[in-house]
Design a binder for this molecule. Structure first.
Ligand code: ADP
Ligand code: MG
Length: 207
């Protein structure tokens, strides 16, 4: 599915996707949070790109680790450490691999998600990024079993992610700032769910 060069390009694509949707993400956070999610994500990815471009020839794991470190050290708020954890755990699962297949990727994402759950003390159905990441992972795992191309697998993962984004409109937030709103968080898309969906779209676009 991907070598180090493609992984690097995927992260650059993620950065572009986030930058292009910066205002939109911040607007979603204005409704149920504190009006900064797009700003946070853009800052994290901008620093990730600087860090990755500054690396010489690096392994898949080192590239993803650099992105995770950039999120943790440059982004305040909850999303920085949570996405940072996602990337660092994924990097750990990719250690010593020069090339990753779909099955490797599902393993990386699974470990990343487990890291987010542990750090965020959160689960699916709490109106967070997990409501996108977990269905996307499940779609990838199904595809890995069924066979087919990585592109086809990510097409399904993206569809599951988009469904997950819409699902967050129908539930009340029980984690993060949006949980302070209780019932008033209903009817709004979770900003972190949307940013996760954009990251999956970036991977799909580059495959
Ligand atoms: P902050 O809420 O600190 O301002 P951001 O606005 O950048 O940080 O990110 C908010 C997003 O982070 C939410 O939309 C949600 O998806 C995600 N989030 C917040 N808390 C958690 C958590 N405990 N577990 C998983 N995701 C979370
Ligand atoms: Mg916020």
């Amino acid at each position: 599915m991907a070598n180090a060069e493609l992984i690097k390009n995927i992260i650059l694509q993620m950065a572009q996707e986030i930058e292009g949707n910066k205002e939109y993400l911040t607007g979603l956070d204005a409704a149920i949070g504190d009006n900064d999610h797009g700003i946070n994500m853009n800052k994290g990815f901008k620093n990730a790109v600087i860090k990755i471009n500054g690396l010489g020839s690096q392994s898949i794991s080192e590239i993803i680790k650099a992105a995770g470190m950039a999120m943790i050290s440059h982004v305040g708020g909850s999303a920085g450490p949570l996405y940072g954890t996602l990337f660092l755990k994924a990097a750990g699962a990719a250690k010593d691999k020069d090339e990753i297949g779909l099955l490797d990727f599902t393993q990386m994402l699974r470990e990343g998600i487990d890291g987010v759950k542990a750090r965020g003390k959160s689960e699916r159905h709490e109106k967070t990024m997990l409501d996108v990441l977990i269905p996307a992972l499940e779609a990838l795992e199904e595809s890995a079993v069924a066979g087919g191309s990585a592109k086809q697998a990510f097409e399904k993962a993206l569809a599951a992610a988009e469904e997950g984004v819409l699902y967050t409109k129908t539930i009340v937030a029980t984690k993060g700032r949006a949980s302070y709103l209780g019932e008033r968080s209903l009817g709004h898309i979770d900003p972190g769910a949307m940013s996760s969906c954009l990251l999956i779209k970036a991977i799909y676009d580059l495959l």
